[in-house]
Design a protein around this ligand. Structure first.
Ligand code: NAD
Ligand code: UDP
Length: 343
């Protein structure tokens, strides 16, 4: 297939470009570089041994998207482009709704006008809100989101279901075929150390914070909360290696079926506490991570991890890499690129 990857210069998008090309697919990338560097696309191409056509454009720019679809035959779109910072979304909700919703609306309109109705959409496990039952299955309650970012994802999911539903009601001979992927916590980097996560400013995420402490850019980690109802009092998440996450996108290409919207969790099914992550990082890399306990971070949930069995049963896909790989590859990327792509 020839696949348009929106947001392909970003953390998950760049790793997915590598996996797509390795699996023999073609890839075209569009990104406005609002949170990334074109170098990630060039390096992804270098890892895969292929050039990746790159368009620097905002997906809300209809004419720019039109040009991409006119110049390339696109069978399917993997849609990563959007804003993703939880805290920022509570300060700038309008910008988050505008970019994320208008991006998806413009993209899907241009797609249908060019006869391309196969879409894989990046959603988030946070659409499950504070789960009543662990592990979290795809049929768990959704939409009770704790922040504006997660709500944009939930609304986008609903828009996509409506688009497909309307095609079926209207008897459209070529209805939308959509896969929604809900990611748990991607960490790690490509084992080459050429591409990885390069957050702007002080990282919000646990692993980039740890690697920046390890490389000396930050002094110590603050563990947010030590009084959760978990074995050591710190929060539990389901961390998944970004290369596994990327390969999940290749696996679901076969699940794109006209007239269906299918959702899958992408996680490992195993939760780790913050302190377990710190210890695993120290053990994998032989580096001590100084930390202090701080108060709980507002909006944080004590524990969530996935039931990843649906994608395994239906498509025979599951995450393969373990926590040691995640910690080693995160550090390998950071130590080779102390300043990220701006080195
Ligand atoms: P990222 O910020 O590294 O990548 C997103 C990319 O989209 C960036 O390169 C950015 O420049 C681009 N972009 C943003 N708005 C755009 C626009 N209007 N037009 C064109 N490009 C635009 O983020 P990521 O971690 O790679 O996440 C990819 C997707 O997965 C996002 O949709 C994110 O919300 C979702 N997601 C990420 C996580 C995570 O923990 N990283 C978890 C769940 C879901
Ligand atoms: N966390 C922490 N210190 C940090 C960043 C994160 O203790 O500097 C904790 C956070 O409270 C959560 C876990 O690490 O329990 C994962 O946080 P992250 O922001 O990486 O992911 P998310 O909260 O989005 O699941």
């Amino acid at each position: 297939m020839n696949i348009l990857v929106t947001g392909g210069a970003g953390y998950i998008g760049s790793h997915t470009l590598v996996e797509l090309l390795a699996a023999g697919h073609g890839a075209v990338c569009v990104d406005d570089l609002s949170n990334s560097s074109e170098e990630a696309v060039i390096l992804a191409g270098k890892i895969a041994g292929k050039d990746i056509p790159f368009y620097k454009a905002d997906i809300r720019d209809r004419s720019a998207l039109d040009k991409i679809f006119t110049e390339n035959h696109i069978d399917c779109v993997i849609h990563f482009a959007g804003f993703k910072a939880v805290g920022e979304s509570m300060i700038k909700p309008w910008e988050y709704y505008e970019n994320n919703l208008m991006g998806t609306l413009t993209l899907t309109d241009v797609m249908r006008r060019h006869g391309c109705k196969r879409l894989i959409f990046s959603s988030t496990s946070t659409v499950y809100g504070d789960p009543e039952i662990l592990p979290i299955r795809e049929d768990a309650p959704k939409g009770n989101c704790a922040n504006a970012y997660a709500r944009t994802k939930w609304f986008q999911e609903e828009i996509l279901r409506d688009l497909c539903g309307a095609d079926l009601r209207n008897g459209d001979p070529d209805p939308w075929g959509i896969v929604i992927l809900r990611y748990f916590n991607p960490i790690g980097a490509h084992p080459s150390g050429l591409i990885g996560e390069d957050p702007r400013g002080i990282p919000n995420g646990l692993m980039p914070y740890i690697t920046q402490v390890a490389v000396g850019r930050l002094e110590k980690l603050t563990v947010f909360g030590s009084d959760y109802d978990t074995p050591d009092g710190t929060g539990i998440r389901d961390y998944i290696h970004v290369c596994d996450l990327a390969s999940g996108h290749v696996a679901v290409l076969s699940a794109l079926k006209a007239g269906s919207v299918i959702d899958y969790n992408l996680g490992t099914g195993r939760g780790y506490t913050v302190l377990e992550i710190v210890r695993a990082f120290e053990a994998a890399n032989g580096i001590e991570i100084p930390y202090v306990f701080g108060p709980r971070r507002p909006g944080d949930i004590a524990a969530y991890w996935s039931d990843p069995s649906k994608i395994d049963h239906e498509l025979g896909w599951k995450a393969e890499k373990g926590l040691e790989d995640m910690c080693r590859d995160s550090w390998n990327w950071q130590k080779k690129n102390p300043k990220g792509y701006g080195r």
